[in-house]
Design a protein around this ligand. Sequence first.
Ligand code: 5AD
Ligand code: SF4
Length: 358
Amino acid sequence: MTSTSEHRPSSVIETIDREERGERLSKEEIVRLLEISSPAETERLYAAADVVRKRCVGDDVFLRGIVEFSNHCRQNCLYCGLRRDNTALVRYRMSDDEILASAYEIRKAGIGTIVLQSGEDPYYDRARLCGLIARIREKIGLVITLSVGERNYEDYRAFREAGADRYLLKHETSSQLLYERIRPGCRLEERLLCLTALRELNYEVGSGVMVGIPGQDIDVLADDIILLEETGIDMLGIGPFIPHPQTPFRDLACGSVELTLKVLAVARIVTRSTNIPATTALRTLDKDARTMALQAGANVIMPDLTPLEYGLFYDIYPGRAKSEVTDMVTLFTILRNDLQGIGRTIGSGAGHRRSSPH
Ligand code: 5AD
Ligand code: SF4
């Protein structure tokens, strides 16, 4: 064996064993894991991620109820159906009372967390959002996750003081070139500063990536995983890109389900105790992908509980609105069956990130 190959473990298991001993994987090793192509090695990768998941976050699958309260967006991301230039989209905003009614349904179903999600909609200014957060917190007692895009530091601080606990802000890609190409007028550096600010304010912070955006390669995806680990992100959303007909990316191919699952699996192995959802985008491309993701490192499901009359218009990518059941009884029956089949249980409580075992 040459000295080079000693530093380049050839088997997946050897690489994962090193990680288990607390050694950090090099970028080269992450690339090699993402490049695995044989079905047998892919299965071993998923199985290793599943072991790390079980050891670090257990068998509970936590539910987060998403309410998409506005589909207005001031941004013009080339990939997203909510982009401001999509004039074909019917825009809506839910009233505070409608949002509260949805929050109540979520609580009633025994789900501990609400995700308030919208495009970047300045109509919900600091005061309006703080009022909403405080009402949900005081009247309904849910853990609140915000997913409302980039805001200024004072907004983040005010939301936190009003009672928000978590904030999702995907960096989408760690390549500055790609980021600035697919999100015109936005800067990666600014995005990363927002993530730092959110950490400083003691939020549990979520970020994540889209797999399959044009120009992205394995090297970029490895950097994405390293960035998620190094910035101490608590929640990782990893989903495939799906082309939307009313966007400049309409003619591109979908991201690969398999590559998305590999990124998820490696991210679990590297970040250990994070919360990782089986994303709706994965399930939109393959109805079995939710179970597959849960067996390759995921431990969270985020059912979309936006009232259907609005949710139909939260048209980020095609097929999304139809992929979720909004009726709670049916939803729970399906979830319980799916989870039972793979030896998992629905978690109770808020499902905060556990402290890292390392
Ligand atoms: N395909 C997959 N995911 C998308 N998102 C936006 N557009 C698409 C698309 N076409 C995801 C992004 C973003 C969130 C609003 O939805 O990751 O963060
Ligand atoms: Fe707006 Fe987010 Fe879609 Fe970009 S990805 S257009 S910021 S909703």
